[in-house]
Design a protein. Structure first.
Length: 229
């Protein structure tokens, strides 16, 4: 684990303003920072500044010994290492992942493709869970209702995808924040659920605040234990 508190925030919304995931993530970040005056926040926006799609160059470069890489391959590996370093240097990762067309945003998927071209994170040689013990909070905004009992229950393909990567491959401790019915105010078919949408949004902000403070308490207990030792 890093010696000082570092939050890596990854935004995947394609909206610069009026983004619900950014809004809820702001709540988490604000309380995280207030409880850790010495902490630092590293931001990467793969929604507004998406990384280029993975090509054969990036994929094959990782298997070429460093002394035999072309300048282009060396540059590709340096870019992958920079992305992976951000993960290794953070003790908490905040991912803003709105549900787009039932799945993960393209920019976030490309970011994942690229971090896996760093051999330290590459899952092809076995799931070593290189980030075990780190915390990850995923904020997901969904235009409709996808929870248990809803008509679209099981149609959210982003949630299982993210869990496979964050938990099973990288080994992180995952906390999820869902905001449902974010399109209720513009979709006539959902107009009768505007109040429910507001409640979901408010609950998400409250959960974001609670998680940030719980993490702070956990960090304090860890520091206290280390001091006793």
């Amino acid at each position: 684990m890093p010696s000082s508190s570092t939050l890596l925030r990854i935004d995947a919304s394609i909206h610069a303003t009026e983004s619900v995931t950014r809004e809820v993530a702001d709540t988490f970040e604000r309380h995280w920072c207030e409880s850790r005056p010495e902490g630092q926040v590293v931001r990467r926006d793969v929604g507004l500044s998406p990384p280029p799609y993975l090509t054969e160059l990036e994929h094959t470069a990782m298997f070429v010994p460093s002394e035999f890489r072309t300048p282009e391959q060396a540059a590709a590996q340096a870019e992958a290492a920079a992305l992976a370093d951000e993960l290794f240097e953070a003790d908490t990762v905040l991912i803003c992942a709105p549900l787009y067309n039932l799945g993960i945003p393209a920019g976030l998927k490309t970011w994942m493709d690229r971090i896996y071209t760093d051999i330290r994170l590459f899952p092809g040689f076995g799931f070593t869970q290189p980030l075990a013990g780190r915390r990850c909070v995923v904020v997901s905004a969904r235009g409709g209702a996808y929870g248990p009992g809803s008509r679209l229950d099981g149609w959210d393909y982003e949630q299982p995808f993210v869990r496979r990567h964050v938990v099973d491959i990288l080994g992180m401790d995952l906390s999820e924040i869902f905001i449902d019915l974010t399109l209720a105010h513009i979709n006539p078919k959902l107009a009768h659920l505007v109040d429910v949408a507001g409640q979901s949004r408010q609950a998400a902000h409250e959960l974001a605040e609670r998680l940030a403070l719980e993490f702070a308490d956990s960090d304090s207990e860890m520091d206290s234990d280390e001091g006793v030792a």
